[in-house]
Design a protein around this ligand. Structure first.
Ligand SMILES: [Fe+2]
Length: 415
């Protein structure tokens, strides 16, 4: 079947049937070809090709659970104004996560639209930013653990948008832990959501370069901070302290950051929070040039860097918030079985509820069981493990079992 999809959904193994472009604007020699490398996918971005037609009978299809607002079912679908249609209007359900999933999905779309408008040189409406942040604050106050876990589980490919959204979610959680008023929380959230607006003003070729940036390119990339701040200052209704998030998120406690090389207490609390959160989301995300670290390893790294780069008090607070084993983490238990964390334990973070996926023999369980580690004295988490090692798609597993099992009764286990 021929399907029209956003080029951001392309992956190696898909077969391109055609691109709606004249050959002069088409960077590829052939009209029909198989995607064999990430470099090819990158060329779609470099050339600003947003949509592509794939033939699913000759190559891979889009992943299951692809949001339906990102693809159309056949070539008969109207192509005029397709970009607008493909951006959708906020009705993606955020599969498997109920209301929290819907808030995340709507916020993702809002962020994506805002950032695309920045790229197009439009001045965005600050109210759209505020509304998105207010929805997220509601979610943070209502069910922080789920939205934090979900922020790293969602299967949206475009880092630029998910990063902005995740940084906002994590910043709000830290602000809440610091006892911020709603007003202060809103300013922090707004600043976090727009902290990388300047990236949309960096040439795509540099922004999406799969390899290491040259010193010259890195210099241009660093300019995203000042470009972003200059853009944000043109918007009415963004407070000065929100702007500080964008201005200071790359400053480092020891003065080694940019653009100003501020040190220690010269950096605002908003800037210091954003610095920790920005690095955490960056190193836990899959990028073209590296695979994301598991949360546990990333938190260890951040902890190692706590004095040189960050405010150590905020690092410790952040680690407590994310938890050593966030929702969706895969863990090895001391009896050799492997499980996924499905519910935190506010009284003892090392004893969460887990979903048993692999028996000690290594066999995948037919009907995974939920275990409450706080009620099983002999069972303990030994370490976090990489989902890739077990070829587990955490998102799919969560969709299938996580929420269902949490709602249902916890099963007893023989130990
Ligand atoms: Fe940045």
């Amino acid at each position: 079947m021929i399907k029209k999809i956003l080029s951001s959904r392309l992956r190696v193994g898909m077969f391109v049937d055609h691109i709606d472009r004249g050959w002069l604007d088409n960077p590829f020699f052939k009209n029909q070809f198989e995607i064999t490398s990430i470099k090819q996918i990158d060329r779609f971005r470099e050339y600003g090709i947003q949509e592509v037609y794939i033939d699913t009978s000759r190559g891979l299809d889009v992943r299951e659970n692809t949001p339906d607002w990102e693809e159309t079912s056949s070539v008969d679908a109207p192509s005029a104004g397709a970009s607008e249609d493909l951006l959708g209007d906020g009705d993606h359900e955020g599969s498997g996560f109920g209301k929290t999933g819907r808030v995340y999905a709507a916020s993702y779309q809002a962020t994506r639209k805002l950032m695309n408008d920045v790229r197009l040189g439009k001045l965005v409406d600050a109210m759209e930013i505020t509304n998105t942040v207010e929805n997220l604050i509601g979610q943070i106050l209502n069910d922080q653990e789920t939205i934090i876990g979900l922020s790293k589980l969602q299967d949206y490919d475009d880092y630029t948008y998910t990063h902005s959204l995740n940084v906002c979610i994590f910043c709000l959680a830290v602000g809440r832990a610091l006892g911020y008023s709603k007003e202060k929380l809103a300013d922090l959230g707004v600043g976090a959501l727009i902290h990388d607006f300047g990236k949309m003003l960096v040439p795509l070729k540099i922004l999406n370069k799969p390899g290491k940036l040259t010193p010259g390119e890195f210099g241009i990339m660093k300019e995203h901070v000042t470009r972003g701040v200059n853009y944000i200052k043109q918007l009415s209704g963004i407070s000065p302290r929100a702007i500080q998030v964008a201005y200071q998120h790359h400053e480092r406690y020891n003065g080694g950051g940019y653009p100003l090389g501020l040190k220690g207490e010269e950096i605002s609390e908003f800037g210091k929070i954003a610095a920790v959160v920005d690095v955490y989301d960056a190193i836990t995300s899959d990028r073209v040039y590296h695979l994301g670290m598991i949360p546990n390893k990333a938190l260890q790294k951040i902890f190692e860097w706590r004095y040189q780069d960050f405010d150590s008090r905020l690092v410790e607070m952040f680690i407590k918030i994310v938890g050593i084993y966030p929702l969706g983490s895969l863990v090895l238990l001391n009896d050799g079985s492997v499980a996924m964390v499905v519910e935190g334990n506010p009284h003892n973070s090392v004893l969460p509820k887990v979903l048993l996926l692999f028996e000690k023999s290594g066999k995948l369980m037919d009907e995974p069981e939920v275990l409450d580690l706080s009620t099983h004295a002999s069972l303990r988490i030994q370490q976090s493990v990489e989902p890739r090692v077990f070829e587990i798609d955490i998102k799919k597993t969560w969709d299938k079992w996580g929420t269902f099992q949490i709602k249902g009764p916890t099963l007893a286990v023989q130990s």
